[in-house]
Design a protein around this ligand. Structure first.
Ligand code: CO
Length: 284
C-alpha cells in the first residue's frame, strides 16, 4: 500500500545556539513530533551573520543527534575529547546517552552553510548509556545512481530495489532508522519500500515533489508525515527535486522534555538538571 500524506508540519523560522537562523519543523511544539523523531532543523544561509555564532558548549541527555551537512564546515568538540570536522556531504551521529557537553562551531566566515540536525529519541533502557559518536565523511556514504538519473545517498538503514542493495554506514540502532538523501531529475519517479512498522516522513529541500496515490504536490521546507502503508511513491516536478527520507520504529514511551534533555519522567529531568548543574555530566 502506498503511503499518503498524513500531516504537513511547516518549517518555522527560529534561531538556536548563539543565534543561528534555522527552520524547525518537527519539534516546533510537542504535538509536532513523530515518534521516535523529536526534532528536525534545517539551517541554510549564504549570509555569515546567520551562522557564524554557531552552537557554543551545551549539554544533551537521553537521545541521539544527527547532523547532515549539505554544504559548509563545522567543528565538533565534546567533553570526552572527541573532535570532528563536519564537512559538505558528511554526517555526525552522536549518541548523547547519559550526557554529553559539546559545541558545533562554523569554520568559515563566508559562503553557504546548509544542512540538517535531527533528534532521534532513545528507548528508556538506553537513555543512560555511555555517550558516543560517529563521524562519517562524505566519501564513506554510499551513493547509488539509478537508471532514470536519480541519485540516492544511504546514510542509515538500507536501500533496496530490483538490482541493488545498499547498506548505510549507520547500523545497529534500536529504532532501526532509515535516512536517505534522494536527488531526482525533472519529472522522474522514485519508489521505495518502507516497512509498515516504521513511522516515516520526507522533507523537500530543493525543487518540486508530488507524493502518494493519488499524487499530491507538497510544500518545500516542511516535514511531510506519511500515513500508514509500506511503500513510498513520489514524483519530481519540472525542476527536479531533492529531499530526505526518514523512517524509524516508534518507541510508544512517555516523553518529558526540558530543552536539551529528553527523558521519560519529570523526576529524570530534575535529575538531569541537577547532574548538569553540579558538573556530573563530566564525571558520570
Ligand atoms: Co547539540
Amino acid at each position: 500500500m502506498i503511503r499518503n500524506i498524513q500531516t504537513i508540519i511547516p518549517g518555522i523560522a527560529t534561531s538556536d545556539g548563539a543565534g543561528v537562523k534555522l527552520r524547525r519543523s518537527l519539534g516546533g511544539h510537542q504535538q509536532a513530533r513523530l515518534d521516535p523523531f523529536l526534532m528536525l532543523d534545517e539551517f541554510s544561509s549564504n549570509d555569515p551573520n546567520d551562522y557564524v555564532a554557531g552552537f557554543p558548549a551545551h549539554p544533551h541527555r537521553g537521545f541521539e543527534t544527527v547532523t547532515y551537512m549539505l554544504e559548509g564546515h563545522m567543528l565538533h568538540e565534546d567533553h570526552l575529547g572527541n573532535q570532528g570536522h563536519l564537512k559538505t556531504g558528511g554526517v555526525q551521529w552522536m549518541t548523547a546517552g547519559r550526557g554529553i557537553i559539546h559545541s558545533e562551531m562554523p569554520q568559515q566566515v563566508s559562503g553557504a552553510m546548509r544542512g540538517f540536525q535531527l533528534w532521534i529519541n532513545l528507548p528508556a533502557n538506553e537513555k543512560m548509556k555511555a555517550a558516543g559518536y560517529l563521524d562519517i565523511q562524505e566519501e564513506n556514504i554510499l551513493k547509488l545512481s539509478l537508471v532514470n538519473g536519480s541519485l540516492v545517498k544511504v546514510i542509515a538503514g538500507l536501500f533496496k530495489n530490483e538490482s541493488d542493495v545498499i547498506v548505510g554506514p549507520i547500523q545497529g540502532i534500536t529504532t532501526s532508522p532509515l535516512f536517505l538523501d534522494v536527488h531526482l531529475p525533472p519529472n522522474t519517479e522514485f519508489e521505495h519500500h518502507i516497512s509498515k512498522q516504521l513511522n516515516a516522513f520526507i522533507y523537500v529541500y530543493e525543487g518540486e515533489l508530488e507524493v502518494g496515490n493519488p499524487m499530491r504536490a507538497v510544500p518545500k521546507q516542511a516535514a511531510i508525515v506519511l500515513d500508514e502503508g509500506d511503500f513510498l511513491k513520489v514524483k519530481a516536478g519540472a525542476v527536479g527535486a531533492q529531499f530526505i527520507v526518514l523512517a524509524a520504529l516508534p518507541l510508544h514511551e512517555p516523553i518529558v522534555q526540558h530543552g536539551p534533555f529528553v527523558m521519560n519522567t519529570r523526576a529524570e529531568i530534575e535529575q538531569a538538571i541537577d547532574d548538569y548543574q553540579n558538573n556530573r555530566f563530566v564525571t558520570l
